[in-house]
Design a protein around this ligand. Structure first.
Ligand code: ZN
Length: 324
């Protein structure tokens, strides 16, 4: 569904696409389109004051075509097209609104790399330096600034630069966070959500990347080892919890009896009781190794995907000059 929607948009508007998302230029205003299962999200950069100045008029013009109100977040205006059967028509109307209300302000936006104006291309810029999560947004920039940044990213990825100790910390935090939630559910509700265990290696991988752990084989090995250790730690605490409940004593007292708890927790009988969690965890581990958040090759492919959507601004931004 998402694929055919993307194709119909590319066909209808001549968009540039990397196969999973698409980009557009509306009167020189860079627009990115994300195709979800149930909606299409359209996003473009704008400053908050600029947005507030046109917000009411913009929303009023969208109302007649049935498009929901514009959402402003962190320097970007976002539109969600929820009716997939009408999405192409809605985007056509939205382009008109973008041209009228957003494109004039958009042309004044500076390059995020150097802060100067007169941008000459629209390209994906990595804003993850300003925030913790990875955030690539389609904005106006300079071809020279962009080339420099992309080259730096490529070098950083392939040379395995990064912060390994922080990456380890991030992986531990990610795994522990998910397991702590699982443990709380076991302790308070006496229920197990097996799916959570599959999420452990993914959370570890996200934490590792979030904290800028280096790409490469060392990365995925670290994520896998930390996930396994954290899962073993979880089994240890979970078993301590059950022993403590059975003996009606403190869990901390039980946990301090290291050898006895290890023997009980990692006995075939106890592990057999936890088979569902173990299978879920192993499936998650295998999937996360396949997906490999620390893969240099995949990270370079991502950059390549974004590079295939660079658009020259050309003379689209020069109407004022032509008028002179
Ligand atoms: Zn620049």
């Amino acid at each position: 569904m998402a694929q055919t929607m993307l194709e119909s948009f590319v066909g209808a508007f001549g968009l540039r696409s990397n196969g999973s998302m698409a980009v557009d230029l509306v009167a020189g205003c860079p627009v990115s389109l994300n195709f979800g299962k149930r909606n299409v999200t359209v996003k473009t950069a704008m400053e908050k004051e600029q947005f507030e100045a046109v917000e009411d008029a913009l929303n009023a013009s969208l109302a007649s075509s049935g498009i929901g109100k514009a959402i402003f977040d962190k320097g970007f205006v976002q539109f969600v097209l929820n009716r997939l059967d009408k999405a192409v028509e809605e985007y056509s109307a939205l382009r008109g609104a973008i041209q009228t209300y957003i494109a004039p302000a958009s042309s004044q936006l500076p390059c995020p790399a150097c802060g100067m104006g007169s941008c000459d291309i629209a390209a994906f810029h990595d804003f993850s330096e300003d925030s913790l999560s990875s955030r690539n947004e389609f904005v106006r920039t300079h071809a020279s600034c962009h080339a420099k940044i992309v080259e730096q990213s490529r070098t950083r990825i392939s040379s395995g630069e990064g912060n390994y100790p922080l990456g380890i910390l991030g992986a531990i935090l990610g795994a522990v966070l998910v397991l702590a939630v699982s443990l709380l559910i076991v302790m308070l509700a006496d229920t197990v959500f097996a799916i959570l265990f599959a999420a452990v290696p993914f959370a570890a991988g996200m934490g590792y990347r979030l904290f800028k752990g280096p790409y490469g084989l060392k990365g995925i090995l670290t994520i896998a080892v930390i996930s396994i250790l954290a899962f073993a730690g979880y089994i240890y605490i979970e078993c301590s919890h059950f022993i403590a409940a059975y003996l009606e004593t403190s869990i901390f007292y039980v946990m301090s009896q290291f050898e006895a708890v290890v023997q009980a927790a990692f006995s075939p009988e106890y592990l057999a009781e936890d088979w569902f969690q173990i299978i879920s965890f192993v499936v998650g581990l295998v999937l996360s190794i396949i997906v490999n958040p620390a893969s240099a090759k995949l990270a370079l492919n991502d950059i390549q995907g974004f590079e295939s959507m660079v658009l020259p601004l050309g003379n689209q931004e020069l109407p004022q000059i032509i008028e002179q």
